[in-house]
Write a protein that binds this ligand. Sequence first.
Ligand SMILES: [Cu+2]
Length: 310
Amino acid sequence: MRTVTKLAGFAVGLTAVFGATYGIGRVVDPTPVAESRHEAATTPSAPEHGGTADQLPGGLLVSERGYTLEPADAPAGEFAFRIAGPDGRPVTRYEVAHDKQMHLIVARRDLSGFRHVHPELGPDGTWRVDTPLTGPGQWRAFADFTPTGGEPLTLGVDVTVPGELTERPLPAPATSTTVDGYTVTLTGAPQPGRTSSLTLTISRDGQPVTDLEPHLGAYGHLVALRRGDLAYLHVHPDGTPGDGRTRPGPAVTFLAEVPSTGSYRLYLDFQHGGRVHTAEFTVVPGAAPTSSGPAPTGGADHGTPGHGHN
Ligand SMILES: [Cu+2]
């Protein structure tokens, strides 16, 4: 499962996560991007993932390629938003990706409070969900979706929940963490600008977990957020349940590329015992891990029931 061929094939797929989200915008973007991209691709000195708007990681923009994320009024306890399309109207048609038409990910600016939920689409194009914003603070909400006829897109918007906020320091880098009684160990280290293999191994009570349950079509979903700007990276594992080679644990392998140095928080969603659990790690690409022992998880509001997959 980790042959050179597989790695190479997956690297192509992953590059797509960062690099291939720029096609449709040509319709509304007057710059001659095809030429500049061609140059970038053939100039050896060009950075693979540089700082131009055309090569940004996902989630940094509230509006991209004509699509805009617009929070909407919602009753207490609910979070609502629309995606305005290139014609200014709310988009009502979406493709299913990873079992859902819309993935909503939220985290506070200090990288605490991560939740991944699936809102319901109303006929007017408004998405609604029981609010995943679990307390006061500056939050970032990411809508990860594919409009029908368009390319996959992740838009991000800031949302403030008023109240007294205690900023939480980012937990130190660690290669092991615990959540809901599971121990999750990370092997491999991401390298800026290079595809790296990350394997997350899950055990409980000292025993490897070998009966993970498929969750959104995979045995694990990994989201990485960059400290400072919350650049968003959603990585899927190498292999899918039922493909004849992917085992239901204890290890789930991802091939991930981070766009820069800095600190990142990794969030692994996996399902076992009928519930989704979220294990979190701080990683610093290019730096050696400073700890190999279990570290406390990042916050009290992780691993709570109702990680809604409705
Ligand atoms: Cu999702």
